[in-house]
Design a protein around this ligand. Structure first.
Ligand code: DC
Length: 243
């Protein structure tokens, strides 16, 4: 199906924030990127900010730690996020994640980082650091922001909020396809990936602050039977209704 263009939508208020929350694998990040491009907004990826802070802590605490060691050290060391020199910048309309002057690129997407993020995402101080970076972005540009607590905590006054969801089976099947596309010899099983996704859902929902929650005023999109074009068209349809 052809995607509707922004010109169909009429004028859109400046410095607008659209939020996209949902569980891991619901397609938020892909859709947020495409929606931002369609609207001429910037896509702010809050997960990438948590990932960058996690990588910076891994560098401070040293190599070779298990995820449990990392969690214990994060709780005990009292690391101040401000001292980690992590920043996010908008360059040519895209978010760049930095530690010091270095663009972290795809290093924040390794399984080692993913296995340690929850200790950072559970910390109030680290959550405040991410929320401040996101709110700073919103002072300079229109945003599509994806994450877990964006419509509830970070931008409760956002102009339009979406919550993307899909069954854990569907999300696991998508992940398996992605892994196999990247590495045709990938041998992980669907059951294992689904169990992993369900564990992350529990961690995200049970977090003491900034837990994954559907904002009461959000539009729910079940992506289980939709491809990315289908999801994007649904979102654009809602934009036409609202603006
Ligand atoms: O979207 P992602 O998988 O890249 O996010 C990485 C982790 O960061 C995810 O496991 C939960 C955490 N996160 C969060 O707690 N709050 C957000 N707004 C975004 C991500």
């Amino acid at each position: 199906m052809a995607t509707k263009r922004i010109c169909d939508l009429g004028p859109v208020e400046k410095r607008m924030v659209i939020t996209l929350d949902g569980p891991a694998g619901s397609g938020k990040s892909t859709i947020a990127g495409r929606l931002a491009k369609e609207l001429g907004f910037v896509h702010a990826d809050s997960g990438a900010m948590y990932r960058t802070l996690t990588l910076a802590c891994m560098r401070v605490l040293g190599p070779g730690q298990t995820a449990d060691d990392f969690g214990r050290d994060i709780r005990e060391a009292g690391i101040d996020p401000a001292g980690l020199d992590c920043h996010a910048r908008i360059e040519n309309g895209a978010q760049v994640n930095l530690i010091g002057k270095d663009d972290v690129g795809s290093e924040i997407r390794t399984p080692l980082v993913t296995a340690r993020i929850r200790y950072i995402a559970d910390s109030r101080a680290f959550r405040e650091a991410v929320n401040t970076m996101l709110r700073d972005f919103a002072t300079t540009t229109d945003l599509v922001v994806d994450g877990r607590d964006i419509g509830t905590v970070v931008f409760p006054e956002a102009g339009l909020k979406f919550y993307l969801d899909a069954s854990s089976e569907t999300r696991a099947a998508r992940r398996l396809r992605e892994f196999r596309l990247r590495d045709p010899s990938f041998e992980g099983s669907l059951d294992r990936i689904q169990a992993d996704i369900e564990r992350r859902d529990r961690e995200d929902r049970d977090r003491p602050f900034g837990a994954l929650q559907r904002p009461a005023d959000s539009i729910l999109i079940d992506t289980s039977t939709l491809d990315p074009d289908g999801v994007l068209n649904r979102l654009l349809g809602h934009l036409q209704i609202h603006f």
